[in-house]
Design a protein around this ligand. Structure first.
Ligand code: F6R
Length: 635
């Protein structure tokens, strides 16, 4: 049920002591102060573009002459839209929030924006307040009554408790008491036409337009209003009115923050006629690779990585690379390791960021730490990066898809993946962008270290330039993939096999399938199958095998024979003209033959399509799979 709360007369609902744990949130926030234009529609549209960050409940708070009206709703934004439908629409200042909770059930009371018990201060929050229990206890001892289970509700109450008539000063005083990660958007009943934003360890961007100021967790939410954006730094606060945006540190020191012009356009951030964002993003991959290569390969075949930030001398001095990442980005890291070792002859390891941060790794200033992250905000990857910098003085390099993201800003050097906004929760085009970045980095390192002949560099860069057309041809397998999907959509599970650089592709195929179709799938190095998983083989467990031509083709073909000998059903990804594996397979999907070193960029495409088609046949929510959020900004 929707709740229309007038903040100046907010109903007080005491839920009693907190017994159900922290409501950890990974959410999207938006705010707008406009001179004349009503903001309700803009907030709702912005929230829809932020929905990938969380979608279990949502709310908006809009300022009217009678007070701030808050509407909150459990479920997706379209339910909030229905709830807002009947309200007046003419308010010109407002904030909005879309929430994803990992603990504590999604409910109207736990949805944002939250309001102080005196009804004056309204806050939308993304992140987690680690010391909220202490803060809440202190506030309760002063008679403040809380309405939700959330950590976030302490923020408006803390601000209200510091309120002596100076709104920014009250926010600052509250910020000084908060521990944890947060991006907040704040409104005050006594200060109409003002929204204050602040960030620490959670993204927040200010949008600057001629007739309004905005803020949001993600640039895409503001693109319809402006392309001019200011990326706040950790510890920044922004005070927005319709005409101005002023920036300061939490301690009040004024700062100037340059604005940047975002090149993404709105059409690019929308579905462009595809049924789902994921499908659109799969089809964007040829363009992603072309964009990533723009300016990256010079006329002499040298690799130019503008923001790499590490001189050739430093690159030469490195004796080891350590890659940290999570999920799909970790798979991109595994492929990159293969290239780094092969091209640059540098020992490389790949760690789950969540493991690395709590291990006792051995590294020093001669170690190159590569943090791979689509969002650039993943909490574990960020923590691993910070640990490598502070504890070991490692040289750090980020591979990121989001301009201005925290990881992008905190690394010594950066390679942007140029994949554009990825809205589907399951990562596809960002993975391909990461592979291109990893390939270019490996070539760059090889050049600095003199480990590849000019002829080999020329050959590899020529091949890389052909990847967009190969991916475009791999996309032509869509019909064949759809038929295969129909034949396996009710299987009890899947095994994905690959070898060499295509072993991580097998892992990625399995991850895609389980994320969006909720079917169990495991990725394995094909040679390992006989050490255990072979026991699973029977007619009910389709085995997807990457069997394109290359140095390990014969080995993979033998593995396929092992599966067939046990009555297994093989779906093989093969090159045109393949006869050995194809004869053994129940179904084949053909992709163009490429240099085997580049084949992961092409071979992943039919696996992405297979996951998509199976999920669609099973009626799953492809773009917003259950229990998943796009940007995992808490541990
Ligand atoms: C899988 C997926 C996740 C992310 C992981 C890391 O489709 O999207 O596994 O790859 O959460 O996220 P980033 O790359 O933003 O650090």
């Amino acid at each position: 049920m929707a709740a229309n709360l007038n903040a100046s007369r907010v109903p007080i609902l005491n839920l009693g002591p907190i017994t159900r744990g922290v409501c950890v949130t990974m959410c999207g926030i938006i705010g707008c102060v406009s001179r004349r234009e009503p903001v309700v529609e803009l907030l709702l549209r912005g929230l829809k573009r932020l929905e990938y960050r969380g979608y279990d409940s949502a709310g908006i708070a809009v300022e009217y002459p009678s007070g701030i009206r808050i509407t909150r709703e459990v479920g997706k934004i379209r339910r909030l839209e229905d709830a807002v439908g009947a309200s007046p629409q003419d308010g010109t200042t407002g904030v909005g929030h879309t929430r994803w909770a990992t603990h504590g059930k999604p409910s109207e009371a736990n949805a944002h924006p939250h309001v102080s018990a005196d009804g004056r201060v309204v806050v939308a929050h993304n992140g987690i307040i680690e010391n909220y229990r202490d803060l809440r206890r202190g506030l309760e001892s002063r008679g403040i009554v809380f309405c939700s289970e959330t950590d976030s509700e302490v923020i408006p109450n803390l601000i209200a408790s510091h309120d002596r008539g100076d709104f920014p000063a009250a926010v600052r005083a509250a910020l000084a008491e908060l521990h944890g990660s947060f991006a907040i958007a704040v409104m005050h009943h006594d200060h109409p036409g003002v929204v204050i934003g602040a960030r620490k360890d959670s993204p927040l961007i200010v949008g600057i337009a001629s007739d309004r100021m905005l803020l949001a967790s993600d640039a895409a939410a503001m693109l319809e209003a402006t392309r001019e954006m200011v990326f706040l730094e950790d510890g920044d606060m922004a005070v927005l009115t319709a005409e101005s945006a002023s920036f300061s540190r939490f301690d009040g020191t004024k700062v100037l923050r340059p604005s940047v012009t975002i090149s993404w356009d709105l059409a690019r951030a929308e579905k462009s006629g595809f049924e789902h964002y994921m499908l659109k993003e799969i089809h964007e991959q040829p363009q992603v690779v072309s964009d990533a290569l723009l300016g990256a390969i010079g006329s002499g075949h040298e690799v130019n990585l503008e923001q790499i930030g590490l001189s050739d001398e430093v690159l030469r001095s490195l004796d080891r690379m350590c890659i940290v990442a999570c999920g799909t980005s970790w798979h991109a890291g595994l492929v990159t390791k293969f290239w780094l070792e092969r091209f640059a002859r540098i020992s490389s390891e790949v760690d789950y960021a969540s493991e690395f941060r709590y291990r006792d790794p051995v590294m020093d200033s001669r170690t190159g730490l590569i943090a791979i992250s689509q969002s650039g905000e993943t909490a574990d990857t960020l923590a691993a990066l910070r640990r490598a910098k502070t504890d070991f003085n490692a040289r750090t390099l980020g591979i990121c898809n989001v301009q201005g993201a925290t990881i992008a800003r905190e690394c010594d050097g950066l390679i942007m993946t140029h994949a554009g906004p990825e809205i589907g929760v399951a990562s596809t085009k960002a993975f391909t962008g990461q592979l291109v970045a990893g390939f270019l980095l490996s070539l760059k390192l090889a050049a600095a270290r003199g480990t590849l002949s000019p002829h080999e560099v020329r050959r590899l860069t020529d091949q890389l330039r052909r990847v967009p057309q190969w991916i475009a041809r791999a996309l032509e397998s869509a019909d064949a993939v759809r038929d295969v999907a129909a034949s396996v959509a009710d299987a009890r599970g899947f095994l994905f096999l690959g070898r060499g650089a295509n072993y991580p592709v097998a892992l990625e195929g399995a991850l895609k399938l389980k994320e969006i179709s909720y079917m169990h799938a495991e990725g394995y190095p094909a040679g390992e199958m006989k050490h255990g998983p072979i026991a699973l083989i029977d007619e009910g467990l389709p085995v997807v095998v990457i069997a394109t031509r290359g140095p390990v083709y014969d080995k993979v073909a033998s593995n396929v024979e092992e599966v067939r000998a046990r009555g297994g059903r093989v779906i093989a990804i093969v090159n045109p003209g393949d006869d050995r594996v194809s004869k053994q397979a129940s179904a084949i999907i053909t992709v163009p033959e490429t240099d085997p070193l580049l084949s992961p960029m092409i071979n992943v495409v039919p696996l992405q399509l297979l996951a998509y088609e199976v999920a669609r046949i099973r009626g799953c929510d492809v773009d917003q799979p259950r229990n998943l959020a796009k940007s995992v900004t808490v541990e």
